[in-house]
Ligand binder design. Structure first.
Ligand SMILES: Cc1cc2nc3c(=O)[nH]c(=O)nc-3n(C[C@H](O)[C@H](O)[C@H](O)COP(=O)(O)OP(=O)(O)OC[C@H]3O[C@@H](n4cnc5c(N)ncnc54)[C@H](O)[C@@H]3O)c2cc1C
Length: 330
């Protein structure tokens, strides 16, 4: 991992094997992750382009989902993993996630003849502005720019405008980052306002209610400052699958207990992480030039330790064992 200032000066370089044995960063392209997960399922298990428009409970306690195309689905158990704007979370009484005052540009630089970078995560810190890049495959390099903005701003759909804005924002920054953005196909560039939702005990609704449960961003949207949102969604999925499989061996009556037990177990992981990610973001987005000088000349070069910094990633939800029977519910 390498940290630089906006003028390209190296502030610190970390080696995982020296500073945090057993730690690593694995950069995975979203498309590859989704395809890998989907390939583990029977081909008829996923129905695409099925946007949920309405949710209701019927008199038998089943959840009825109405899709945008009019299709109706009855579910004994509904797992809402429908992202930060989850209609299922809304139906369960959750508020909209809160904008935290920063936005991010993201994109994937494409090098048809092979990308030239070492397998390192690179961060560049400016004032109220930071960026990073990391190779994700032999031909692709992921990059991001995170910037302060008092409002989420207008939604821009023209990708060439996004690219222009991103390049303007980091004019004069290290050329390798500008080159990666230059080599980014327009259609991979997005701008996202960063949001989160803190799951305060007592005040927040439960992540499950009779036969319905939330997973990932739908339940606990967090800012990306620790790079843990998707990791936590995957951990949720492993823990919930195990609880559901156990419950089905006992009988359908124990399903709701399994959902509550999942929420209880996962809350202790996701609530502190959401807060920590928010605070880390606030620190990294400092604008004050004096504070940034102290950060670049003392905090990063002398005080930061990789092990404690990444301690939150030392979480083991154990591998998910394959069970004989497929779930007898639909
Ligand atoms: C700038 C940025 C950088 C990030 N970097 C990292 C990182 O380095 N590491 C990390 O672990 N995480 C990172 N994250 C977070 C990560 O992207 C999310 O936490 C993760 O995608 C959450 O997965 P999910 O499956 O819960 O939701 P999503 O990935 O949002 O998936 C939700 C799904 O629900 C579908 N959906 C939405 N509405 C409906 C509806 N009405 N009906 C049916 N389906 C619907 C969507 O089409 C989508 O397929 C980052 C996020 C941002 C913004």
């Amino acid at each position: 991992m390498v940290v630089k200032s906006e003028d390209g000066r190296e502030l610190r370089s970390f080696k995982f094997k020296d500073e945090a044995e057993g730690q690593e960063v694995r950069a995975v392209e979203r498309r590859i992750l989704l395809e890998t997960l989907a390939n583990q399922l029977p081909s008829d298990a996923i129905r695409f382009s099925s946007k949920v428009a309405k949710i209701e409970k019927n008199e038998n306690g089943e959840t009825s989902l109405q899709l945008l195309d009019g299709t109706q689905i009855l579910a004994k158990v509904l797992i809402g993993c429908d992202g930060i704007r989850s209609p299922i979370a809304k139906w369960m009484g959750f508020t909209e996630p809160r904008y935290v005052g920063h936005c991010a540009f993201r994109g994937l630089g494409f090098y048809p003849n092979g990308q030239p970078f070492d397998p390192k995560v690179n961060y560049i810190y400016g004032k109220g502005l930071r960026a990073g890049y990391v190779p994700v495959s032999p031909t692709k390099v992921y990059w991001f720019i995170c910037f302060n903005s008092s409002s989420p701003g207008q939604k821009i759909i023209d990708p060439s405008v996004l690219k222009n804005e991103a390049q303007k924002m980091i004019k004069g920054w290290p050329s390798e980052l500008l080159n990666i953005i230059d080599l980014t196909p327009d259609d991979t560039i997005i701008r996202t306002p960063l949001v989160d939702r803190w799951l305060w005990p007592v005040v927040s609704p439960s992540g499950s209610t009779s036969g319905v449960v939330l997973v990932g961003d739908a339940w606990h949207p967090m800012t990306p400052n620790l790079g843990q949102g998707a990791c936590c969604a995957l951990e949720d999925a492993v823990v919930l699958s195990r609880k559901l499989a156990d419950a089905l061996e006992v009988g359908p009556a124990s399903l709701d207990d399994a959902l509550s037990s999942y929420c209880k177990e996962r809350w202790t992981r996701v609530f502190p992480l959401t807060i920590r990610a928010n605070l880390v973001g606030a620190l990294l987005q400092w604008e004050n030039p004096v504070v940034c000088t102290v950060r670049n000349s003392i905090i990063i070069p002398k005080l930061v330790k990789l092990g404690p910094l990444l301690e939150h990633t030392n979480f083991n939800c154990e591998p998910l064992e394959r069970r004989g029977n497929r779930f007898p519910i639909n």
